[in-house]
Design a protein around this ligand. Structure first.
Ligand code: FPP
Length: 251
């Protein structure tokens, strides 16, 4: 069973187009699929779920679509957070929060504060997130420490770097799922996905159901994870946190 699943929720626009409806209808249906996914993780006892809701590049979409997505985020937060809290879900956001409106930022902060002590599931929403930005921000933070004399550059190793990227306190994703039929990581969690098992499906995000997620889990269970070692050496990295990922020996 994966402890942490990371998902690129792709295919909302095509789902709507297939029904001759505006793209925003696909995003609305996509928000319902988010609930399907959360229910599934809670039922299976999966500890962490990270969803790519909006990339740093998505700001470049037509103004009307970006506006509709922002409204959808506000509505979803207003509608869902109390229930998520009741169910023991800890809600977090990663990404460039400062690019969102004050109304959205206030809701993000409020959701995080309210749910901070929950442990049934850590739900992270990546919003205006980019993997390269995440890595650049970690490098910047380390550079600041060096410039301030707090850090010796020779002390910068994989473990220290890992402690500065997003979700450093969680185990890295065990399983990555992308819906919508494309075979790309699209700048999602580039550091954290180093040893993650990748699973792709043609299913468009709004059509996601528990059976599709179960297929991903079944496939995950059949994979041998070697973390750069041999099969005979077992699975030393399983469950290891970001900061304790084994050395990056080529797989
Ligand atoms: C990708 O589909 C999806 C998005 C850019 C937005 C994701 C948003 C949601 C699933 C809804 C709300 C989410 C939360 C967390 C409340 P696409 O538009 O790129 O689809 P396409 O590839 O078919 O055009």
């Amino acid at each position: 069973m994966p402890a942490h699943i990371a998902i690129i929720m792709d295919g909302n626009g095509r789902w709507a187009q297939q029904r001759r409806r505006p793209r925003v209808i696909g995003h609305r249906a996509g928000a319902r699929a988010v609930n399907v996914c959360i229910d599934f993780c809670l039922e299976r006892g999966i500890a962490a779920l990270t969803l790519f809701a909006f990339s740093s590049e998505n700001w470049g979409r037509p103004e009307e679509e970006v506006g509709a997505l922002m409204k959808l985020f506000i509505n979803a937060l207003d509608r869902e957070v109390a229930e998520l809290h009741r169910r023991g879900v800890q809600v977090r956001f990663i990404g460039e929060r400062e690019r969102f409106s004050a109304a959205i930022r206030a809701r993000m902060d409020g959701a995080e504060t309210l749910t901070r002590a929950n442990h049934a599931l850590v739900l992270t929403i990546a919003a205006s997130y980019g993997g390269r930005q995440d890595i650049a921000a970690a490098a910047r933070a380390l550079a600041r420490d060096v410039a301030a004399g707090r850090l010796d550059p020779d002390a910068i190793d994989e473990r220290l770097f890992a402690s500065r990227v997003a979700l450093a306190d969680l185990p890295p994703p065990d399983l990555f799922i992308r819906t919508g039929g494309d075979f790309r990581i699209s700048n999602f969690m580039l550091w954290q996905l180093a040893y993650t098992e990748l699973w792709f499906t043609e299913t468009l995000w709004p059509a996601l159901d528990a059976a599709t997620l179960q297929r991903a889990l079944d496939e995950f269970a059949s994979r041998e994870r070697r973390f750069g070692l041999t099969g005979a050496q077992g699975q030393p990295g399983a469950g290891a946190g970001n900061a304790t990922t084994p050395d990056e020996t080529p797989a």
